[in-house]
Design a protein around this ligand. Structure first.
Ligand SMILES: Cc1cc2nc3c(=O)[nH]c(=O)nc-3n(C[C@H](O)[C@H](O)[C@H](O)COP(=O)(O)OP(=O)(O)OC[C@H]3O[C@@H](n4cnc5c(N)ncnc54)[C@H](O)[C@@H]3O)c2cc1C
Length: 600
């Protein structure tokens, strides 16, 4: 494989330009100075940088996890170089205003650039992308002075950042966090508490680390309504931004992870010596709502990272299946005939096609969500409002469906390589380990499913879901006009109706007081909506491919035929699973709910 083959650039262009019409974003005043060429140039730069500086140490970082030496984090030098190269190329300011020295790129294009790095090395890229998400939160909620002191240096690539939510006793349930903030006469706060699992929590990669910390101001109400958000810098700085003293944030230990070992994961203690200074961001007691700005961006980021790590292992397994020869067809009895390449075997093709369905279907979902982020700026207020509604509904699906099915794709990639896939001589086992975190962090997939069925699908009396179903119906109308796609359009239309009916049935049961039993099936509801939106994405891709194929080159005709075939495979083998899921939710199936602890 050539060094950039970990990403299928033809597919990237198809998705971005042919299906999603990224160039239309240039009509928005904010992106008016961009054009397709500048978008493509940024992606090409990211792709090359990802190959040269990130992919090149992916395995080394896996074998040499961060160490704590004399209270400091020690990383391999390649991580330092890669993060520097990312920042020096301007990617830390990819989304930021031109006035701040940023690139002012759309979120969609930034996500596509990030996709290159995630496919190359998901651990190392976590440092600067976490920092960028912290800067984006500060852009919305921080004071002008806070922006100057803590956001601007992140945009310039000098500072990095973290999100400090979890505590040893409070992971999924953030309402139970205990970290305290004591108000001081000078308007600052003294922070005390412990934060667990903090990614990129301590290192020497930049001049400073901006921790965004959730804590309770003394006397605040219990639960999530008593949580506030604070900037807690690793180094305190004066008004001119000069470092004056270390803040009282102590690295208490490292967590030793299964994968993504390039990114250090830390246990941090705040205010052990009573001298940890924090600065309130936005309104007191609104911290969790504000933090959601960063969490929602990170949830799309988790979906993106997951699907890119499965994309990388799909590309490896595809290349391997084309090269390795093994066995003959079932009806070939001549033992002297040369063995055929693995890809000739129908079962290997099934495993490759299933990966293609998950990977490219998941990419469509993730990048559609990224486009919706940008479309919230559309000058047409209706489009802007609808984009926000859809994004809110789709965010838990982007996070969960992508991370669940990306992992299945990784598993299939290992299977395609057989015994070699299980060894550390090939990269697919690392892809699997690196990807295993994604169903867990940023709100476990179980919590996302509860959020989807318990809140998002029903919000505003089901308005977002109705909007989604309306858009799906519009695609079905277009596809019905193309004979090859008409049966798929009918199938999708029927599944969409089922999703609407199932949601109504679940809502009615919940209204009658049966919420616990209904929500026990939330994971099935996630399968129903996830499979539905991914099928919609596949039909949109197949429509685009079908329309383009007549005037396409011979090579492109194969490319487009592959899209239509994968769409068919998805509709034949995956979409029917949505029917089972719908039945379980409608009936509020109770075998797990009724199972008792002492029966295990
Ligand atoms: C590598 C890594 C990086 C991380 N990075 C960060 C970071 O940078 N910042 C940060 O703040 N945190 C971070 N986290 C923490 C992460 O977000 C939490 O691990 C996650 O939210 C789950 O919390 P927990 O581990 O305490 O599990 P628990 O909350 O104990 O959950 C255990 C299991 O129980 C289920 N469960 C829990 N509550 C419920 C419920 N009410 N209903 C149904 N099921 C439930 C969960 O779905 C899960 O399957 C990171 C974690 C890891 C492993």
């Amino acid at each position: 494989m050539d060094s950039t083959a970990f990403v299928d650039r033809r597919h990237v262009d198809f998705l971005l330009h042919e299906v999603l019409g990224a160039e239309r974003l240039c009509r928005y005043p904010r992106f008016a100075e961009h054009q397709r060429d500048t978008f493509d140039a940024a992606i090409t730069l990211a792709h090359q940088l990802a190959a040269d500086k990130f992919l090149s140490h992916n395995r080394k970082a896996d074998l040499n996890e961060p160490r704590m030496v004399d209270g400091k984090v020690e990383l391999i030098p390649e991580i330092v170089e890669a993060v520097r190269a990312f920042c020096d190329s301007g990617f830390s300011g990819a989304l930021a205003d031109f006035d701040r020295g940023g690139m002012q790129l759309p979120f969609l294009i930034t996500a596509m650039c990030d996709a290159m790095f995630c496919a190359a090395n998901a651990g190392t890229i976590a440092y600067p992308t976490l920092a960028r998400a912290a800067a984006n939160l500060l852009e919305v909620y921080a004071t002008p002075e806070q922006k100057q002191l803590y956001m601007q240096p992140i945009v310039e690539g000098r500072y990095l950042g973290t999100m400090c939510l979890s505590e040893p006793q409070a992971g999924s349930s953030l309402s139970d966090i205990k970290t305290q903030a004591a108000p001081q006469d000078d308007g600052t706060y003294r922070i005390t508490g412990a934060k667990m699992w903090i990614s990129a929590g301590d290192h020497e990669l930049g001049e400073n680390i901006v921790h965004l910390v959730l804590a309770r101001i003394q006397g605040a109400p219990a639960g999530v309504r008593g949580i506030s958000l604070f900037i807690v810098p690793r180094w305190r700085v004066d008004e001119s931004g000069q470092r004056v003293a270390r803040n009282d944030v102590v690295l208490a230990g490292l967590n030793h992870k299964m994968g993504q070992r390039a990114s250090v994961n830390t246990f941090l203690k705040f205010g052990e010596s009573g001298d940890c200074v924090g600065y309130l961001v936005g309104q007191a007691h609104h911290g969790l709502a504000q933090m959601f700005h960063m969490m929602n961006e990170e949830r799309i980021g988790v979906g993106l990272s997951a699907i890119q790590q499965s994309s990388a292992s799909y590309q490896y397994s595809l290349a391997y299946a084309r090269e390795r020869r093994q066995g003959r067809h079932p009806d070939q009895k001549d033992p002297t005939a040369p063995p055929v390449p693995l890809i000739e075997h129908a079962d290997v093709r099934r495993m490759l096609l299933q990966q293609k369905c998950y990977v490219e279907g998941g990419q469509m979902l993730v990048f559609y969500a990224a486009l919706l982020v940008d479309q919230q700026r559309d000058p047409d207020e209706t489009i802007a409002k609808e984009s926000s509604q859809l994004l809110e509904l789709l965010t838990p699906i982007v996070k969960s469906w992508s991370s669940d099915y990306a992992l299945r794709a990784n598993d299939l990639a290992i299977q395609v390589l057989g015994g070699y896939g299980y060894t550390r001589d090939y990269p697919v086992e690392q892809c699997y380990r690196d990807n295993r975190i994604n169903p867990i962090h940023e709100g476990t997939n179980g919590i996302q499913a509860l959020d989807l069925l318990g809140r998002k699908a029903l919000m505003q009396d089901g308005a977002a879901l109705r909007l989604l179903l309306k858009r799906i119906a519009a695609t079905c109308v277009e596809a019905r006009a193309i004979p090859d796609l008409a049966p798929l359009a009918l199938q999708l239309g029927a599944t969409a109706k089922l999703a609407g009916d199932t949601t109504l049935a679940a809502a009615q049961r919940m209204a009658k007081g049966d919420a616990r039993r209904v929500l026990a099936n939330a994971a099935h509801y996630m399968t129903l909506l996830g499979h539905l939106v991914v099928a919609w994405g596949w039909l949109r891709m197949a429509l685009t491919a079908q329309r383009a194929t007549e005037t396409a080159t011979v090579l492109d005709r194969d490319f487009y035929a592959g899209k239509v075939q994968a769409c068919r495979h998805y509709f034949a083998t995956e979409l029917p699973l949505a029917e089972l899921a719908a039945r379980l939710v409608s009936e509020a199936e109770g075998s797990a709910f009724e199972m008792r602890e002492n029966w295990f």
